[in-house]
Design a protein. Sequence first.
Length: 154
Amino acid sequence: MIFKFDEDPGVSTDEFYMKQALKEAYLAMEADEVPVGAIVVCRNRVIARAHNLTERLNDVTAHAEMQAITAAANFLNGKYLDECTLYVTLEPCVMCSGALHWAQIGRIVFGAFDPKRGFMRLIPSPLHPKTEFVGGILENECGQLIKDFFKQKR
């Protein structure tokens, strides 16, 4: 399904698309995966949707971002995502930011900050020099989902 900003003019574009990433995070939670969701948008079209699959695939690299990168590259039939924006509910980890570097993602928008495992703790940044990023979009909603998930696990 393709979503356009015009369908919900009451919120910013980033908030609108982050809500789509949150839908993916809820799918992950329903599957007993860490609830992180991601989408890739290119020219106002959602071209990829993903959520964590590390438990289902028994693969530590099956993060939402990695799944979204692969799906977007397949959709575009190319490995570079320089005209795309990744929306992800949690700040990408170092592994995912490295993959996003190689994909030359144009922009990253994330929800909740991850001070323990997020890429922003590294100086210099592991992102491609041309990649723009912004954090904290729907931060409370994204962060609370993660907190609730781990609270249930304990």
